[in-house]
Ligand binder design. Structure first.
Ligand code: KIV
Length: 271
């Protein structure tokens, strides 16, 4: 008998059971091995290797520049760390919009080269063919509606989406379509809480909100935002659980001053 305790992995079925039983789903981003270890050990249900890596890891203004190769690099580092959570990886801008064949081959690369468990893709009915082709290959797909950052140049701003009837109606139709195609869940980003509530109640699959209120079946945040590593980013929907910028900056300043003052290393810290 093995002395190692078996860890029960989260699957898309577990998430469905959580929705059915009313247990909320916790999801957070991670982009590297060390962070993913901490996040997984904390009991996260879903770890998202988001294309927000383009912003928080690479310093780009938008999510558009990150490449499929770079997403695979981040995802494979995360997968090596994770023992329990479901690892979902974003299909980056330009890796699926061309046609469904390209979308499938990008999704296959993510699954095969990174060892991911599922992919996430932005958009509704307009990407239905791609979603369906990826699903046909046995790859679980998570949808993403509302504020879809890869379309930021079409929207023009990062403000709340679907405030008006026509856009809200389209979002509801998109959500139903994604469910009908076989997506296992949908991220709803920055839409009115009332709309997110209606969508969450109308769907049988889980919704995961970010800036979409308390009635979604789960919540997702970008780890750098909730840990306060991004000092200046404080949108209304964000709850900051730590101020790591200050903690890390303070520690690093102490190190600099110890080195300058010849106080590090001391006699015990050498061979
Ligand atoms: O890339 C990302 O981090 C995301 C979340 C904001 C949902 O898509």
């Amino acid at each position: 008998m093995s002395v190692h305790k078996e860890v029960k992995r989260i699957t898309t079925h577990t998430l469905q059971e959580m929705k059915n039983s009313g247990e909320k789903i916790a999801m957070l981003t991670a982009y590297d091995y060390s962070m993913a270890t901490i996040v997984d050990d904390a009991g996260m249900d879903i770890i998202l290797v988001g294309d927000s890596a383009s912003n928080v890891m690479a310093g780009h203004e938008t999510t558009l520049p990150i490449t499929l190769d770079q997403m695979i690099y981040h995802a494979s580092s995360v997968v090596r760390a994770v023992k329990r959570a479901l690892v979902v990886v974003d299909l980056p801008f330009g890796s699926y919009q061309g046609n469904s064949k390209e979308a499938l081959s990008s999704a296959i690369r993510i699954m095969k080269e990174a060892g991911a468990h599922a992919v996430k893709i932005e958009g509704g009915v307009e990407i239905a063919e791609s979603v369906s082709r990826i699903l046909t290959a046995g790859i679980p797909v998570m949808g993403h509606l509302g504020l879809t950052p890869q379309s930021i140049y079409k929207f023009g701003t990062y403000t709340v989406r679907a405030k008006h009837e026509a856009e809200a109606k389209k979002l509801k139709e998109d959500a139903l379509k994604l469910q009908e195609l076989g997506c296992f869940g949908i991220v709803l980003e920055k839409i009115p809480a009332k709309l997110a509530h209606e969508v969450s109640e109308s769907l049988s699959i889980p919704t995961i909100g970010i800036g979409a209120g308390q009635h979604c079946d789960g919540q997702v945040l970008v780890i750098h935002d909730m840990l306060g590593i991004n000092k200046g980013f404080k949108p209304r929907f964000l709850r900051q659980y730590a101020s790591l910028y200050d903690v890390m900056n303070g520690a690093i300043k102490n190190y600099v001053s110890d080195v300058k003052a010849k106080e590090f290393p001391n006699e015990k810290e050498q061979y």
